[in-house]
Design a protein around this ligand. Structure first.
Ligand code: SAH
Length: 392
């Protein structure tokens, strides 16, 4: 097993110098081929009793796939200003200048900001006494549109030398399309605070996925590997076998991506999502794409399905994409009552998916296809799309 080198794409990349402390890439010591094998066998072990598992879809180049990069700012004991990732399960910052899986442009911008913080003599946030200015930098890039958002997360609203700092940052990186200041002065592990002010541009970026445009604001959820998201959504829509007439539910819809991508091929789409910000983004996204056959509801997915069931509603195809904890009994039992012909279950956690598949297969559904997709190379996460059909 190659311990410290990488041969994919003939790149000979030494093991990441930060990998031990950072802990973000659990599979760093495996070649990409070995990583894919490991993930395939994990899915086979957990889901193989339901159906044969299709070959995992990996990336052609598994590097720099993250379109969203976050860096914490702090000081070393010696007083040097550093930025990087938190050492796993701690708040000690591991200084990182670049990363194998992060967008390279985002890393470059963060290094520039580190340099500017020093030259403008700005302070960095100290969690111990809740004092200081710059706390985190978040960069999001639209891989297809090349729009770039920089979010400066600060401990105070007051921004010393604001205009000159922004000018210097834009001079070094004219490719930045928007800059936002987010104020977070709470004792919390959440990166972003409530309050935001737009310092440059319109405060959001857009990106294109499966031919549709999506608005991404600092707080909204967007898949972090857009290349593989197209593969994932492509499989999900293919499994749904839509003909243009179906009534489709997109449960746990986030900013509406799956529903909007499927809307051309469906009669009607109903999206449901708990996070209110995501729902407003979803509605904007439907408008941007001139999608008229879609509606979004802000609700707990289980409650929403219960409401549908009580109203005697039916649906033809159900997409479900729950968070890592999977779905709950309320959701699943109501889903069965709505009697969709097909359920397309997208999951980022095959363990909870296994539990939910047990329920669905005991209650009238049969697993027809299982497709793993590698959304997160070098980490031990694996995404799966499962097609279930109602038993005759
Ligand atoms: N399908 C979307 C989002 C998937 S992430 C995409 O591909 O981008 C899972 C989503 O489920 C998140 O947006 C989260 O806010 C939402 N969520 C979590 N718990 C929920 C619940 N109980 N009811 C509805 N949505 C929920």
């Amino acid at each position: 097993m190659p311990q410290n080198e990488f041969n994919k794409d003939k790149k000979d990349i030494r093991l990441c110098p930060a990998s031990r402390k950072c802990g973000g890439c659990q599979l760093m010591n495996l070649s990409y081929e070995e990583q894919l094998k490991y993930k395939q066998s994990k899915v086979v072990r957990l889901l193989g009793s339901f159906h044969r598992v299709l070959q995992i879809k990996g990336m052609e180049s598994p590097f720099h796939y993250r379109n969203k990069v976050q860096a914490a700012f702090g000081r070393t004991r010696g007083g040097e200003i550093i930025s990087g990732v938190y050492q796993s399960s701690t708040h000690n910052i591991v200084k990182t200048d670049s990363c194998l899986i992060e967008d390279e442009k985002a890393d470059e911008i963060i290094l520039t900001i580190r340099r500017l913080v020093k030259s403008f003599k700005l302070t960095v946030y100290d969690e111990k006494n809740s004092r200081g200015f710059l706390r985190h930098v978040l960069v999001k890039r639209g891989f297809q549109t090349n729009e770039i958002m920089v979010v400066l997360v600060t401990g105070t609203l007051v921004f010393p030398s604001k205009n000159d700092f922004i000018k210097a940052l834009l001079k070094a990186h004219p490719e930045i399309t928007t800059i936002v200041q987010n104020i977070n002065n709470k004792f919390t592990s959440m990166v972003l605070g409530e309050k935001e002010t737009v310092l440059y541009g319109n405060g959001y970026i857009e990106d294109v996925l499966c031919g549709k445009r999506f608005r991404i604001s600092p707080k909204s959820f967007y898949q972090i590997n857009p290349v593989q998201t197209e593969v994932l959504y492509g499989k999900a829509v293919e499994f749904a076998q839509l003909t243009g007439r179906e009534r489709v539910i997109d449960a746990y819809c986030g900013i509406g991506t799956i529903g909007i991508v499927a809307s051309d091929k469906a009669g009607e789409v109903i999206g449901c999502e708990l996070n209110a910000d995501a729902v407003s983004d979803a509605r904007v996204n439907a408008k941007i794409n001139n999608v008229e056959n879609i509606k979004f509801f802000c609700a707990d997915a289980g409650e929403f399905m219960l409401g549908m069931k009580d109203a005697g509603e039916k649906c033809d195809v159900l997409f479900m994409d729950p968070p890592r904890a999977g779905s709950d009994k309320k959701f699943l039992s109501c889903a069965v009552s709505l009697s969709p012909d097909r359920i397309v279950y997208i999951s980022c956690n095959p363990e909870t998916q296994q539990r939910d598949l047990f329920y669905l297969t005991k209650n009238g559904y049969k697993v027809k296809k299982i497709q793993p997709v590698d959304m997160f190379p070098f980490t031990n996460h694996v995404e799966t799309v499962v097609l279930l059909s109602a038993k005759e």
